[in-house]
Write a protein of this length. Structure first.
Length: 226
């Protein structure tokens, strides 16, 4: 089935996959010793949505059969990918990385994860994040990468970090090298280059949506006259 993207809203928290709802790796200072708290995750998310605006993009797939314990949205669609982002000062964990601090003009992309079998959703989730931040006038987005060859401490949640190679392949520039947690930056104020990339990503989503309508309804969609 087709992937649909949408921003997380206050009423959408319950649709998130269980790990995403419960893990507070980024949202609670590590000194608190808390890693699993759905209450704290919901409070952080709700507060950020109210005070700052959209802080996550969701990728949904469906309609399909939902297994017990999986999160579903109205219409039988299931969240299969998420991308969270926030001002770095709203992310307690960010200050504890060896490649901190995040640049003052950047928003921090904290996590970008997808379910097995939905790897193609990573790129369109990132496109959706970029499109949102460009529209809001943000100058750059940064992220802490995780190198695949590095050992991971017990204090680290690999599911909440982004593969460093994916960031590099997606056009992020390495700005703070490290053997485990390199920091990457993607400038969003480079003029028409990024404008064209974002417009291309959005056009792709429109085409995919039209194809889904054709499949679901049997209607033939013709392009508008030029």
């Amino acid at each position: 089935m087709g992937i649909r993207l949408l921003p997380l809203d206050i009423g959408g928290f319950e649709r998130l996959p269980r790990h995403v709802r419960e893990c507070v790796f980024w949202e609670v200072d590590p000194s608190a010793g808390v890693r699993i708290s759905e209450f704290d995750k919901e409070a952080w998310t709700s507060g950020l949505l109210l005070e700052w605006g959209t802080c996550a993009q969701l990728a949904e797939n469906g309609p399909n059969v939902i297994r017990r314990g999986e999160a579903a949205s109205p219409g039988g669609r299931r969240v299969v990918g998420t991308a969270f982002y926030a001002p770095p000062l709203r992310v307690p964990r960010a200050a504890h990385f060896p490649t901190s601090p995040v640049s003052a003009d950047a928003v921090l992309l904290t996590s970008l994860r997808v379910d097995a079998g939905f790897d193609e959703a990573k790129a369109i989730l990132l496109d959706s994040v970029v499109a949102d931040l460009v529209q809001r006038g943000v100058r750059a987005v940064e992220a802490f990468g995780l190198t695949g060859s590095a050992g991971v401490d017990e204090d680290i949640c690999p599911d909440c970090l982004i593969d460093a190679q994916f960031l590099a392949d997606s056009g992020f520039e390495l700005v703070a090298p490290h053997h485990r947690f390199p920091r990457y930056r993607l400038a969003l104020d480079e003029g028409l280059g990024w404008k064209s990339a974002v417009e291309g990503a959005l056009e792709k989503l429109v085409v995919e949506a039209a194809m889904r309508i054709t499949i679901d309804t049997g209607l033939t969609l013709e392009p508008a006259p030029g």
